[in-house]
Design a protein around this ligand. Sequence first.
Ligand code: KG4
Ligand code: ZN
Length: 331
Amino acid sequence: MRLLAVESSCDDTAAAVLQDGRALSNVVSSQTDIHAAWGGVVPELASRNHALTIIPVIQKALLDADTTLEQLDAVCATHGPGLIGSLLVGLQAAKGIAYARGIPFLGVNHLEGHLAAIQLEQEVPHPYVGLVCSGGHTALYRVDGVGEIVLLGETLDDAAGEAFDKTGKLIGLAYPGGAAMDALAQSGNPTRFKLPRALWDKDNLDFSFSGVKTAARTLVQKHGALSEQDRRDYCASVRVAIVDALVRKSLAACRIHHVTHLVLAGGVAANGLLRSRMEEDARAVGITAHIPSRALCTDNAAMVGRAGWARLVRGETHALSLDADPSLPVG
Ligand code: KG4
Ligand code: ZN
């Protein structure tokens, strides 16, 4: 089955072509530069720019995969959760193609896409625990099978990516500051500044990052001017506080639910320390961590196609009346 997948839930316009669950192309047009000036994603700007780029992005995905519209067997698109104006652009474009071609259409949950991304690179047996950590989400799931997803815990306040971005902003890093903090942290001392770890009870699977954010703000205000080394130590200290929580709770979820495979997903999964710590700490307790390449961690359409394909081959489709749902639950 050759399918076209479309993703536009936030500020990336993305399209991919898949053949039997394998990506033939994966095109992402990022709006990061447009939103950086505003310090965060501006929904109205996001949807307007999706409208400008969606057709060229789809055309490039088809071209890269050497595929014509006539060769497509199905179309799928993210229909939630996300920003309503953003979701609608990709969803309507995908439905238009399915209608014009008379081929099946399927709406895909964005988080189910993140959890499926790893399957584009390696087969992971069910059940697995999936940690989705991005700018908008931080949650742990147990994935028992295709579409069989149980929420185990989630952030009670900020997402992990949001915590990186906000604490980065405090030292003048441009939005989104997660990757820049990660780079600065490489040569910083992670024990220099003490930052809190919330909900530390060993069986608690929820997250809270507002304490790290508040402590970081107080630290920056009290410290006064920061030298270059201070900045690096600050980034390393924030990074380890956030990563400690992500690793501890992911491993706790595996232990509590007797699961031996752990999957990382979402933009924060590009973090260097998170990737190495998750792998090492998991191995130490007999758990295998599966970590996608960085391009599959951030928002992309191949992951949406992979999740969609697994449902399409079981005969699942949606009517073209399917609407976007900004708060679509997973599972
Ligand atoms: O999944 P994603 O591309 O978009 C959504 O939020 O859905 O994730 C973006 C988030 C941003 O908060 C960004 O700062 C963070 O992922 N991020 C990182 C790194 N690369 C991206 N956070 C920490 N370390 C990184 N290397
Ligand atoms: Zn995402």
